[in-house]
Write a protein that binds this ligand. Structure first.
Ligand SMILES: Cc1cc2nc3c(=O)[nH]c(=O)nc-3n(C[C@H](O)[C@H](O)[C@H](O)COP(=O)(O)OP(=O)(O)OC[C@H]3O[C@@H](n4cnc5c(N)ncnc54)[C@H](O)[C@@H]3O)c2cc1C
Length: 433
C-alpha cells in the first residue's frame, strides 16, 4: 500500500455488513477500499444457513435471480427434544415458494464472494489477504488503518467502517467496545453433510427448489443455545450454538455436543447417509439490545457483528449486518456531501439505526439474553417435561386421561418448584409483543 493513497472510505471486513456499506458507497460514486483478511470474501465466514429476502432486497432488488441461492425456505420447524423423543412444530406456507419468496439457504463462501463482487463491479477496490491490525489516529480522529508495520502498510481515508465481525479488533482498539466476554458470545460449530438432492427432497417432504430451516431446543445439555439443520441443494448444514461461558463451565468439547446431537434418534433419520464435507466454528455475539455500544467516533463507524448487532432468537445476524451497513453507508454519503466526517455528522448513523426495524425488534427482545443466560431450565428441564407430558397423554394404556393429567402435574411440581414455574411464566410474558 502507498501512504499517499487516500480513500473516501475504508471498509474493513467483506462480510454482509462491510460489503453492503462498500457497495452502496461505491454506487454513489465514493472512492472505497474494501479490505478482507480471507483469501477471498467468505473464505473464513460461517453461519447456520438462511438469509431473509428483506432487507437485502433494499440493496440489490433483483438479488433472487443473481445470488447463489441453494433453496427457498418454505418451511420452518421447531423441534423440542428430550433424550429419546421430540415434539416438532412445523409451519409451511406455499407462498414462500413463490416470488418474492421469503428466505433462502445459501453457503457463505459463495454468497459473500458473489456479494463482494457486486461491490467491486460498482467501483470499490477489493483487497483480500489483508489483515488489518490497527487504526491510525490524528488526535481523537480516525484517519486510516494499518495492516502491518511500516508506512507501506498504512492506508488513509476520511472514514473507516469497522465490519470485522464478532471478534472485531478495530472496535476494541477504538475503545468503543471491550474485548469479548464469554458471557456475551456463543460458539457455533457446524458440519456440512453432502446428500443427494432427491434424498433431501423426499426426506424433508419438499418440492423442487424448496427448503426447510429447523431450530432445535434441548440439544445442548441445558446450556444456553440450540441446534439447527438447514437444507441446501445437495447438502445439509447441521450445527449447534452454545453460550461460551456455559461451554467453558461444562468442560464439554463442542464437537462432542454436535456428535451427540447428530446421534439423537430423531436426528439420525434426517442426516443418514450424509457425507461430512466441511467442519467450521465461529463466534456470534449474544449481548442483545443493552449491550450494543456507541457506534461512532470522529472518522469511524461500527457495523454488523462488530457492533454486536445480532438477533440470535430469530437467527437474524445477516439481516442486521446488511441493514446496519446500509445505514452506515447512507451516513457516509451525507458526510461526503457536507465535507464533514466528524462525530456530529456520523452520529446520524446511530440515530437512524436506533429507530430502524432491526433495533426496534432488538428492543422488543431486550430481556432475552438475561432470561436465557440465567435459566438452564429452558434448555433441558422444560424440553424434558414437554416430551414427558406429550408421551403420557398420547400413550393408550387403559388409564384415564384425567388420572394421567394429575400424575403429570405431580411430576412437574416435583421437578420444578411452583415459585420457579411462576417466575419463568412471568419472564416468558416479556417475550410476547
Ligand atoms: C453458528 C452460527 C449460525 C448462524 N446462523 C445464522 C443464520 O442462519 N442467519 C443469519 O442471518 N445469521 C446467522 N448467524 C449470524 C451471522 O453469521 C452474523 O451475524 C453475520 O455474519 C454478521 O456479518 P458481519 O458482516 O457483521 O460479520 P462477518 O460475517 O463475521 O464478516 C466479518 C468479515 O471481516 C473479516 N475480518 C475480520 N477481521 C479482519 C481484519 N482484522 N482485517 C480484515 N478483515 C477482517 C472476516 O474475515 C469476515 O470476512 C449465525 C452465526 C453463527 C456463528
Amino acid at each position: 500500500m502507498v501512504k499517499a493513497e487516500k480513500f473516501d472510505a475504508i471498509v474493513v471486513g467483506a462480510g454482509p455488513a462491510g460489503t453492503t456499506a462498500a457497495y452502496v458507497m461505491a454506487k454513489a460514486g465514493l472512492d472505497v477500499a474494501l479490505l478482507e483478511r480471507g483469501d477471498y470474501p467468505g473464505a473464513k465466514n460461517m453461519y447456520g444457513g438462511a438469509i431473509y429476502r428483506w432487507p437485502i432486497e433494499l440493496v440489490v432488488p433483483d438479488f433472487v435471480e443473481k445470488a447463489p441461492v441453494e433453496r427457498k425456505v418454505t418451511e420452518h420447524r421447531l423441534m423440542v427434544l428430550s433424550k429419546r423423543s421430540g415434539l416438532t412444530l412445523s409451519f409451511k406456507d406455499l407462498s414462500f415458494a413463490q416470488p418474492p419468496y421469503n428466505a433462502f439457504t445459501t453457503h457463505r463462501a459463495k454468497f459473500d464472494c458473489w456479494y463482494a463482487g457486486l461491490a467491486e463491479q460498482a467501483g470499490a477496490l477489493l483487497a483480500t489477504s489483508v489483515n488489518v491490525t490497527d487504526l491510525i489516529w490524528d488526535g481523537k480522529k480516525v484517519v486510516g488503518v494499518r495492516a502491518g508495520s511500516g508506512p507501506e502498510n498504512e492506508l488513509y481515508s476520511d472514514v473507516v467502517i469497522a465490519a470485522d465481525g464478532a471478534n472485531s479488533r478495530l472496535a476494541v482498539k477504538s475503545g468503543l467496545r471491550q474485548p469479548l466476554n464469554p458471557k456475551e458470545v456463543a460458539l457455533g460449530i457446524k458440519e456440512i453433510l453432502e446428500l443427494r438432492s432427491e434424498t433431501i427432497r423426499s426426506r424433508f417432504n419438499l418440492e423442487k427448489g424448496e427448503g426447510v430451516a429447523i431450530q432445535v431446543i434441548g440439544a445442548t445439555h441445558g446450556m444456553m443455545g440450540g441446534g439447527f439443520i438447514y437444507t441446501n441443494r445437495n447438502s445439509l448444514s447441521i450445527g449447534i450454538v452454545v453460550l461460551l461461558e456455559h461451554l467453558i463451565r461444562s468442560k464439554m468439547k463442542p464437537y462432542d455436543i454436535l456428535e451427540e446431537f447428530k446421534c439423537h434418534p430423531l436426528i439420525i433419520p434426517l442426516i443418514k447417509g450424509g457425507e461430512p464435507k466441511e467442519y467450521s466454528a465461529h463466534l456470534v455475539p449474544e449481548v442483545g439490545y443493552y449491550g450494543v455500544p456507541k457506534l461512532y467516533l470522529d472518522g469511524l463507524l461500527l457495523v454488523g457483528d462488530a457492533a454486536f448487532l445480532t438477533n440470535s432468537v430469530y437467527q437474524e445476524g445477516v439481516n442486521m449486518a446488511i441493514e446496519s451497513g446500509l445505514y452506515a453507508s447512507r451516513t457516509v454519503i451525507k458526510a461526503k456531501e457536507r465535507g464533514d466526517y466528524s462525530s456530529k455528522t456520523l452520529s446520524d448513523y446511530e440515530r437512524t439505526l436506533r429507530s430502524s426495524y432491526l433495533m426496534r425488534e432488538l428492543y422488543q427482545l431486550r430481556d432475552l439474553p438475561e432470561i436465557f443466560e440465567s435459566n438452564p431450565r429452558l434448555f433441558s428441564l422444560y424440553p424434558e417435561i414437554i416430551n414427558y407430558v406429550m408421551k403420557e397423554l398420547l400413550t393408550m394404556d387403559g388409564e384415564l386421561r384425567r388420572t394421567k393429567l394429575k400424575k403429570v402435574m405431580k411430576t412437574i411440581r416435583e421437578k420444578v418448584s411452583l415459585s420457579n414455574l411462576l417466575r419463568d411464566l412471568i419472564k416468558a410474558r416479556k417475550l410476547l409483543p
